[in-house]
Design a protein. Structure first.
Length: 488
């Protein structure tokens, strides 16, 4: 073309061609077409609509994870009404046998003649900072029945006002004798006083994060109730008589909180292991799926072991479609097992590993089931959208799975969108691992397994059908007619 400058005509210096000369060579002359001038911008050659779309998706993934993660933990107290807490008032009331009439009249006037448990139960549900979904239980319910309901997940936690609550209050009077009592009499009376208490039952292993939030609120609740309870008597007309007649230590902490943990978590880190192990399992399975999809041949090819049948024009496939598909899934399964084994070994290698629900080896097989579940779902997704786009969409799936799984905090304290996790396998995978580690929600373990198996089989069946169909079409293009059969 006329505007091209020959290299030999360029001016040279000691290092070769001079910069002005090269600029003259690279720059189109004034008479060059306008389209050629536009093509000199390098960004036009680097950027395209697909790349821009990928950038947008990456930014949205970071945004989605930040939003979902922070929003789940933003304000748990605003969702306390989603937390069902059983409240059982088993207080049988006062037994004034042996109590002087004067003290009896004082107590009746201060309490309105009602059992203390009744008034305390009313105060508990009226505390604004503890606006849980309170569920009153029948008075004839036993403590073991209440514990059973918490243990089996009917209620998140439970508050029990014991049957001796009012009577324990009267024991503080019996512990205080006359002002001129002897030391031995005082010691005897002191030993007869029983501490008033409210029992708090909770399952720590079910969700350590949510349990910590609720437990702290319960401590503050009972501390406030105890303080107001003391003020109720100290502000009565008989305040002086109460101070004189009751044990002085009673006023320090009138009501204590008794903490009953059904399935304790002995190691703080093992609570995190119940969902971190599953996140790493998901990532490991994603890598296995990508490797199988990208680096394993779609079809092993023609049979080279039968020279009699070899014909370059009509080659035959070496294996049946079923054998090829099965072999690929077997390779993937081996990869899933390796991932599960290594992840399972990490908590096992740490000190004082906890396995209260099932033997330690059960966690290995459970992680393998989870890996097969995640892997089958990822394989279906990868086959549908392609290997190149799969990591982005796989990451989005992981974000949704993780943030809605009640892994960090129970979904009852997140509310709204986060209940979506009940329809996804990650939620049940976390719950099952917490049973194996801590023994929590034993009766729901079969549900966890059924859900994981269902989420495994459905994607596997769909993936197998699509894979066989794709392989058959590929063979029709490579080997020709359908009538050609693979070598057995």
């Amino acid at each position: 073309m006329e505007y091209m400058t020959h290299r030999s005509s360029l001016s040279k210096d000691e290092d070769g061609y001079s910069l002005p000369a090269m600029q003259n060579e690279l720059a189109p002359p004034a008479g060059a077409p306008e389209q050629l001038k536009k093509r000199r911008f390098v960004l036009q050659h680097l950027l395209n609509s697909r790349l821009i779309a990928i950038f947008v998706v990456c930014a949205l993934l970071a945004y989605a994870y930040t939003w979902l993660y922070i929003a789940a933990l933003w304000n748990p107290p605003s969702h306390f009404d989603n937390v069902e807490v059983a409240l059982l008032n088993a207080d049988r009331g006062f037994d004034f046998s042996g109590v002087p009439d004067e003290l009896r009249a004082m107590v009746n006037q201060a309490t309105g003649g009602r059992p203390l448990g009744q008034s305390i139960a009313e105060k508990i549900i009226q505390v604004p900072k503890a606006n849980f979904g309170w569920k009153h239980q029948p008075d004839d319910m036993t403590r073991s029945e209440l514990e059973h309901k918490v243990d089996h997940g009917t209620y998140a936690t439970a508050i029990l006002i014991p049957d001796t609550f009012s009577q324990d209050f009267l024991s503080a009077f019996r512990a205080s004798a006359a002002a001129n009592r002897t030391g031995d009499a005082a010691a005897a009376n002191q030993s007869s006083r029983r501490q008033m208490y409210i029992e708090y039952m909770h399952d720590q292993g079910r969700n350590y994060g949510g349990d910590s939030v609720i437990t702290e609120v319960m401590r503050q609740l009972v501390a406030g109730i105890s303080s107001s309870f003391a003020g109720q008597f100290l502000s009565s007309p008989h305040a002086t008589q109460f101070l004189t007649a009751m044990d002085s230590e009673f006023w320090i902490t009138p009501i204590q909180l008794t903490n009953t943990v059904l399935h304790p978590v002995h190691r703080y880190g093992q609570n995190f292991a119940t969902y971190i192990c599953l996140v790493t399992t998901f990532i490991g399975c994603m890598a296995i799926v990508i490797v199988v999809r990208r680096y394993i041949a779609a079809d092993p090819g023609v049979d080279l072991l039968q020279p009699r049948d070899w014909n370059c024009s009509t080659p035959k496939p070496a294996f049946t479609v079923k054998r090829v598909v099965f072999a690929k899934y077997l390779i993937a399964f081996v990869g899933f097992f390796m991932v599960s084994l290594l992840i399972w070994s990490v908590p096992m290698s740490l000190s004082k590993y906890q396995a209260d629900g099932a033997p330690s080896v059960a966690a290995l097989f459970y992680l393998l089931l989870v890996a097969c579940c995640f892997g089958s779902l990822q394989n279906l997704l990868c086959g549908a959208i392609g290997v190149d786009e799969f990591p982005l969409f796989g990451t989005l799936v992981l974000i949704i799975f993780f943030t809605t799984s009640s892994g960090i905090i129970t979904d009852d304290l997140s509310g709204g969108f986060y209940y979506v996790g009940h329809a996804l396998p990650f939620y049940y995978a976390v719950r099952g691992l917490r049973y194996i580690y801590f023994g929590s929600l034993e009766d729901k373990m079969w549900i966890n397994c059924v859900v994981l198996v269902a989420w495994t089989l459905v994607p596997v069946l769909l993936s197998v059908a699509f894979s066989m169909r794709r392989t058959i079409r590929h063979r029709q293009q490579v080997f020709g007619e359908k009538s050609q059969q693979p070598v057995a």
